[in-house]
Design a protein around this ligand. Sequence first.
Ligand SMILES: Nc1ncnc2c1ncn2[C@@H]1O[C@H](COP(=O)(O)OP(=O)(O)O)[C@@H](O)[C@H]1O
Ligand SMILES: [Mg+2]
Length: 359
Amino acid sequence: MTRPEGQVLLEVSDLGKVFPGRRVGFSRRVGPSVQALRGASFTLREGEVVGIVGESGSGKTTLIRTILRLIPATSGSVRLLGRDILGLDAKAVREFVRPNVRMIFQHPEAVLNPGYTIGTALAKPLELYESGPDEAATHERVIQLLATVGLGPEFADKLPRELSGGEKRRVGLCRALATRPRVILADEPISGLDVFLQERVLAWLLRERARRRFGLVIVSHDLERVNQVCDRVLVMYRGRIVEDMVLREREGRAADQFVHPYSQLLQRSRVDLLARSDGAVEGVGAPLESWAADAADGCVYALQCARRAELGSPADCGSEMPGSRALTPGHRVACHHAEAPMGGADGVHKGPLEAGGTA
Ligand SMILES: Nc1ncnc2c1ncn2[C@@H]1O[C@H](COP(=O)(O)OP(=O)(O)O)[C@@H](O)[C@H]1O
Ligand SMILES: [Mg+2]
């Protein structure tokens, strides 16, 4: 691998999140709890771009909200710049986590106060974390920030309602950049934008990443798009990171080969994971209602898995959650039978991989 190994910025280990069951209607009955994250682990390095893909409801947003300390984790740990952040008190979160890890929200409306101008919205984090009370310096930085996403200085005086959806997204990007963060977590930063704007938003993000060397996580439901811009991709299914693969340098990219049957399905079928409003996609995954009902034991993908069927339903798939293990350096998979040759008609997976890599 030719890519230089930057400093580890974020180290997520075995992160788990269980949402308690909600009360059903007006009855006293409480619905089943939801295991939104199951032992999620990954690292993010300086300057690295990591994509997280998975269908709606697979836990992508929960993963980044937990890392940001917006919701409490049920288990596991998160280290930011070497420091464990899940145990920090509110003051330390404000001082250490907030400026260093920024989120780009899927719906920027939710964080833009309708009564504040864009200039005020951007000045707040700047005053808190960068320029202090120096008004002129702050104003100058606001104009600079707006310019990085192609917005003129006149936008500083506008209210959120005067902006188009795309312009709000761009302001959301500015907000994330304002504190000179080490890590940016972007939740579906380009979904719902037209293709032209998608390209530009990605280009801005990647340009700033190259300039400032922050680590960037891009959550997306579009595996193909993510493959084009990321150094590494994590595939999530029902709260589990089922595959974590470094994408080769450009010339070798065609050789990238997912081995988890779910990743292969995504790659092969090119499904739009937002195709259906209920989040389930034909042939991909189970309806969300069955989520909580399924057994905690066994592989999260067992019931849908073509490989399991092909192998005659080996017992371990149903009884034991496969751990995430390294197949080769830079490639981890959570599947008991990742090495099993697949005789599928499509021939996506050709023969066993070298087992027992490091990392
Ligand atoms: N605040 C919450 N309370 C209860 N369940 C939640 C909450 N937030 C998310 N969930 C559930 O957790 C699962 C993962 O959701 P989410 O992280 O939003 O997925 P994604 O971002 O991949 O679409 C879903 O089943 C969702 O319904
Ligand atoms: Mg989401």
